[in-house]
Design a binder for this molecule. Structure first.
Ligand SMILES: Nc1nc2c(c(=O)[nH]1)N[C@H]1C(S)=C(S)[C@@H](COP(=O)(O)O)O[C@H]1N2
Ligand SMILES: [Mo]
Length: 193
């Protein structure tokens, strides 16, 4: 008996070889030597880390297929960065923490995911794309990569990570997009949840 194999392209998606650039507004241009990431909220140990400190924490390398809710997918994108399990060890979230929020430098952009999501071994805080520092268009110097969810959950230009006890709707989520965002379940809109 052959097991039914999961297709590589989620339902309703179209494969592209290009790497489209997508954001709600203007592309922020962050000075690499001024960049600071604040990690705070319901944690024992809030931290502020510069790019050099983050670079020293790199411990992850992933190859991921990514899926945008506007229907493009791209296979085999390669990123290096930091596992969130390493970040959790550093900041020590309080016992009742259940969500994490990412804030982009394009202010007002936020997105949240359950804390379980970021413990996955294919979810990272990325510092390189194809072994080069991430450019401004794709969210440099630091972005999130969560391949298992529609790509709007993968915040670009992350300047703040906040741990919460309760969820808070993010930018696209407030606009009617799914808070769960599972491409395999085609959870594009809140009405699909
Ligand atoms: N800060 C920030 N992150 C963001 C967005 C945004 O508007 N601002 N858009 C999201 C959306 S909808 C997508 S598809 C991806 C696009 O990433 P890319 O431009 O590297 O392809 O970024 C996500 N992260
Ligand atoms: Mo998107």
């Amino acid at each position: 008996m052959s097991e039914k194999k999961k297709p590589r392209l989620p339902p309703g998606q179209v494969l592209t070889k290009k790497f489209p650039v997508l954001q709600k507004g203007e592309i922020p241009h962050i000075k690499r030597d001024k960049y600071v990431l604040e990690i705070t909220g319901a944690v024992e140990n809030s931290v502020r880390l510069n790019l050099k400190e983050l670079g020293n924490m790199i411990d992850a390398k992933i190859s991921a297929d990514i899926h945008c809710v506007t229907t493009w997918s791209k296979f085999d994108t390669n990123w290096n960065g930091i596992y969130f399990t390493s970040i959790l060890e550093l900041v020590k979230p309080k016992a009742n923490v259940s969500f994490v929020e990412f804030t982009g430098a394009d202010l007002n952009f936020t997105t949240t995911v359950p804390i379980e999501t970021i413990k996955s071994k294919n979810v990272i805080l990325a510092l390189t794309y194809e072994n080069q520092p991430i450019n401004d268009e794709h969210g440099g110097p630091v972005r999130v990569v969560i391949p298992d969810l529609y790509f709007y959950k993968s915040a670009k230009w992350v300047i703040k990570i906040t741990f919460f006890e309760k969820d808070k709707p993010g930018y696209w989520e407030k606009g009617g997009y799914s808070n769960k965002a599972d491409p395999w379940k085609e959870q594009r809109y809140a009405s699909n949840d």
